[in-house]
Write a protein that binds this ligand. Structure first.
Ligand code: ADP
Length: 490
């Protein structure tokens, strides 16, 4: 099959969170299985250009209709760790992708509506007729809308669209100007509850809703999250739409890329290790302590790596830091925040614990450093309010860091409680709590820390159980192919 991914992220060149990992990892898996995959991305100025091999112009003069004019674009091609990537660069006063950041601009709706339109225009003009267009999240929700309302009528009759929802919190709610900008125009037709009209605000358009309505299949990133968004308030207002289209909605658990996330071959850590050489983890623990000036004492290291966002459970992360330090643990945190208030909160904590030899808070994005934390820590906390899939806990499992998670979304699908899971012992791999409050996370931390100190052998078994489980792209890759096979134009 020929598949084109249209996405706003791809690790490691453009990564904000899990979406970037998924685009890269799934593409790689599909290629291993013999399919041809191209990725189309915006040519952001903040791409990690050092990670792109042989970047060169592939299509010089692409004219993308935009309002009542056309924007001149160039399309570049390069390899990102072997993946074939096209990068669209518009030459216009709006400077859509030269903002020194991926998201968070007032005109994000226009930036990504433009990108969606440009991606289709590029496919059309360069004569690409994929079997499947796979798009992701609100940023590319307009792709199936544009395909079936415009591009189908000018020759693109073949492609079918799979649309993956990575997080329903951000839906691309915007206004009518997007219709004029992209040439969809017909106001009354699109402002309809069955099409793009937002379910809360009838004067607004919802790009993610458009993606759900128009695509041939909708996947989300874990079975539990698929259930939650159709049956609980996790849908952020899209539950009804998903119910209407439930016949084409399914949950496929994300995988992680074991070429990137594998302690046996990881180049970012000082000592590689695996199930049979688990003691090697001690060297990484020592290196992590040296890196963060932590004292070398008999204590477990508890870690957190991730965005610092309300979704991730800021109050519980904070509580976990205090609790761990008071109960014989060291704590390391690596995270960034797009929210100024949350950022200030963690800067304050960082200053507070600055001289504490058991705590280090690193505020920034550092892919290489994250590897050392997974390899050096014995436990990782993921106390999310909601979590569509979550990669952190799956990476932690692979690195023998026991995850302590809240039972929500993909966390509930991947972490099975050491004491209470209704699973055989060899499948239990972490600690799980339900209630989103201090008592909830304490109940799990208390059991985990107690196990580390009192029954180190059992704790080690938990680590090994986690390392043994296969959370690679192997199974999810096959699931996606089943979906593609189901919908493709035969
Ligand atoms: P989300 O997609 O909601 O951000 P996930 O758990 O699905 O969360 O994916 C997070 C990914 O981003 C993981 O690979 C994690 O290691 C990485 N990550 C998050 N924050 C940072 C950071 N500050 N530095 C390095 N890697 C990070």
């Amino acid at each position: 099959m020929y598949i084109i991914m249209v996405a706003s992220e791809c690790a490691p060149v453009a990564k904000v969170g899990g979406l970037g990992d998924v685009v890269f990892g799934l593409t790689r898996e599909l290629e291993i299985r013999g399919h041809s995959v191209d990725i189309i991305l915006p040519k952001y100025d903040c791409l990690r250009y050092d990670q792109i091999f042989n970047l060169q112009i592939a299509f010089k003069d692409l004219w993308v209709p935009w309002y009542d004019r056309a924007v001149h674009c160039s399309v570049y091609f390069g390899f990102v760790h072997g993946r074939k990537c096209f990068f669209i660069e518009p030459h216009s006063g709006e400077n859509f992708f030269n903002r020194h950041m991926f998201y968070g601009q007032v005109d994000d709706d226009q930036r990504f509506a433009f990108f969606s339109k440009a991606a289709l225009e590029f496919m059309l003009k360069s004569n690409k007729h994929p079997d499947i267009i796979h798009c992701h999240d609100w940023q590319t929700g307009l792709v199936p809308v544009l395909l079936y309302e415009i591009y189908k009528f000018v020759g693109m009759t073949h492609p079918r669209v799979c649309y993956t929802l990575h997080n329903l919190q951000h839906q691309g709610v915007t206004r009518e100007h997007i219709l004029r900008a992209t040439g969809l125009n017909r106001h009354a037709y699109f402002f309809h509850p069955d099409r793009l009209q937002d379910n809360f605000n009838h004067a607004a358009l919802n790009l993610m809703k458009g993606g759900i309505v128009y695509s041939n299949f909708v996947t989300t990133v874990s079975p539990r999250y698929a259930w939650e968004i159709m049956n609980t308030t996790q849908s952020f207002g899209l539950g009804h739409t998903l119910q209407v289209h439930r016949g084409k909605v399914g949950g496929i658990l994300n995988g992680i890329d074991y070429e990137v996330w594998n302690p046996e071959i990881d180049r970012h850590i000082p000592r590689q290790y695996g199930i049979n050489t688990l003691d090697g983890k001690c060297d990484n623990k020592r290196a992590l302590r040296q890196r963060f000036w932590l004292q070398d004492v008999l204590k477990p290291i508890v870690g957190y790596v991730g965005r610092l966002d309300e979704q991730k459970g800021v109050p519980l992360i904070t509580h976990a830091i205090h609790y761990c330090l008071q109960h014989g643990c060291q704590f390391v945190l690596l995270g960034t925040s797009a929210d100024g208030r949350i950022g200030r909160h963690f800067w304050h904590l960082k200053r507070h614990y600055n001289d504490n030899p058991d705590c280090h808070i690193e505020l920034g994005f550092n892919e290489e450093l994250s590897h050392l934390i997974y390899a050096g820590a014995e436990m990782m906390v993921v106390p999310s309010r909601f979590e569509p899939c979550g990669l952190t806990q799956m990476i932690a499992l692979k690195y023998g860091a026991v995850p302590i998670v809240r039972a929500t979304g993909g966390l509930a699908d991947t972490v099975f409680d050491a004491n209470y899971a209704d699973r055989p012992y060899h499948e239990r791999n972490g600690y799980v709590f339900n209630d989103f409050n201090n008592a909830g996370i304490e109940s799990a931390l208390h059991r985990a820390i107690g196990m580390w100190y009192s029954f180190p052998q059992y704790f080690r078994e938990l680590m090994i159980n986690g390392m043994r489980h296969d959370y690679s792209w192997n199974y999810p890759g096959q699931h996606y192919l089943n979906v593609f096979e189901l919908i493709r134009d035969k």
